[in-house]
Design a protein around this ligand. Structure first.
Ligand code: GRF
Length: 187
């Protein structure tokens, strides 16, 4: 099966990256992971790429043209799809034009609720009854593109931020691969 060449952008732990690397080995999974981009040279997730011999590009976001450097390498490697998995930078309009409808992101809330950072503390403060995760297309507005998939769970009184985070991530490991399958499903 011909797979879609994909790049995963990370900034931290990379547990979603690791999960997608494993899934991408399934014969029927639509993407292969051909590059990992990190804006953080210390990102733990880099070791998952290294262990699996996936090329890694670490970029210095303090340099004005860092996105052009990424774009150049993405073109060289014929990357056709991008997954943001905990990437903590905003993608510029210019970058989006080059990958129109080809960038997806995973967010730890039921969008449109709780866009942005510090989601779990806000969810608790707001006394939400349920939460979950969302995989969505990336557009020029933060956490606002079309939703591909959401997964939900009910919050218990005993759930603190740490527990919410763990429960959400557990769902993310199912949601991200399912969303990718949905994106490339031929009707
Ligand atoms: C995920 O929880 C995702 O929702 C958010 O960043 C986190 C990344 O976790 N955007 P990891 O680096 O994949 O472990």
């Amino acid at each position: 099966m011909v797979k879609i060449k994909t790049c995963i952008f990370i900034s931290g732990k990379g547990s979603n990256l690791n999960n997608l690397i494993k899934k991408s080995r399934d014969y029927n999974f639509p993407i292969s992971i051909d590059l990992v981009v990190s804006n953080n040279p210390e990102a733990e997730g880099i070791r998952h790429a290294r262990k699996n011999s996936i090329p890694i590009l670490v970029v210095n976001t303090k340099k004005r043209n860092f996105e052009n450097k990424i774009l150049k390498i993405l073109k060289e490697k014929k990357i056709d799809f991008i997954c943001l998995a905990g990437y903590m930078k905003i993608i510029s309009k210019n970058f989006l034009i080059n990958f129109r409808k080809k960038i997806i992101n995973i967010h730890p809330s039921l969008l449109p609720k709780f866009k942005g950072l510090n989601t779990f503390s806000r969810i608790i403060k707001n006394k939400e009854k349920k939460t979950g995760c969302t995989v969505h297309y990336v557009n020029k507005n933060l956490d606002s593109g079309n939703i591909i998939i959401q997964k939900v769970f009910y919050i218990k009184k005993s759930d603190n931020e740490e527990i919410l985070k763990n429960k959400t991530q557990y769902l993310e490991y199912r949601a991200f691969p399912e969303a990718i399958i949905k994106v490339f499903r031929k009707n």
